[in-house]
Design a binder for this molecule. Sequence first.
Ligand SMILES: [Zn+2]
Length: 376
Amino acid sequence: MYNRWAMKKLLSKLIQAETTADKGELAAAEIISAELGRSGIDSRIDSWDGTRANIISQIKSTGSKGALLFACHLDVVPAGEMNWKNPAFAAVESDGKIYGRGSADMKGGIAAIVTAIGEIIDSGTKLQGDVILFGAAGEETDSCGTKRFVHDSGGLPKLAGVVLPEPTDFEIITAHRGMLWLKVETFGKAAHSSTPHLGVNAIASMRSVLNELENFKIRFEPHELLGECSMSINTIVGGEAMNIVPDKCDIGIDIRTVPGQNYQDIIDDLHKIFAKLKQKNPQFEAQVSVVREVGALETDSRCNFVRDFCSAVDINETGAVGFTTDGPYFASLGAPVIIFGPGKPQLAHKPDEYIDISDLKKGVEYYKKVILKFLT
Ligand SMILES: [Zn+2]
């Protein structure tokens, strides 16, 4: 009954759909919709801006048990500047692996869960709780798809739990750090650079911000699983020409947070730095804005959902990961969230990303066990 060929074909089509933020997710949503349609399962594609898309498929049941939400993301990061052995979006199969951008993160997981759902429906199994498959746009950029889904989640049935089929190499992940991306801008006054005293140099202002940030300590309590909060200044842009005093400069700061941190506190502390610098130099002008924020994820690993999940897949340990997901948005629906899927997390976002075909197969078996455990 298990159709290995169909699953590989599905994964190949998803990789070839090249769902970067530029190209959008619509093609992948249509591929999944067609695949589920072969088992008579209806899907709804929520599309906007021409190419952006979410897909939602809810398989109705008797409803006597809480529903399971499998939450995926359809988008991928770009192929990057580095050379790939095989073209990044060709989905080449060799040595038992399928290569391509998104093979691990996370189209392999999508292929496995879509196949698992199709098989369960094809077998005629009667479900007592709904299976909901969600595929989001924009997880790698701004979480636009998941925010849209959560915002419109009023009609969802009561959820037993949420599973993110992200690449964890079949580790059960219940926690990750959050992420706060900030843009700090300094403003000056342009002038001809032969008379710099007539201007205000925004790059010089940024230098004083950078000096302050050197000693800036973000307040946090270390977390037993996730460790410490970190901060890294990763971009800087300023100046227009060699002979103009720059009137603008900005930096991008990536802060990885642990549970319990209040993002507004961090922003308030930066405002205090600006006020101090303005006191020293009245011409100093700066502002900070939030580019992206995702909360930390912390699911109680002793809750019933996690315990039952562990027993369904027969894996007893849970853990934490360094990367972030849309998980905290789903946690806001009031359901426990687990990240669990095929593929090696260290291959995500790298050249020559691949997934082992044997892991896809294992993924299907695990997801079937999970659905049967919770919904029959
Ligand atoms: Zn991912």
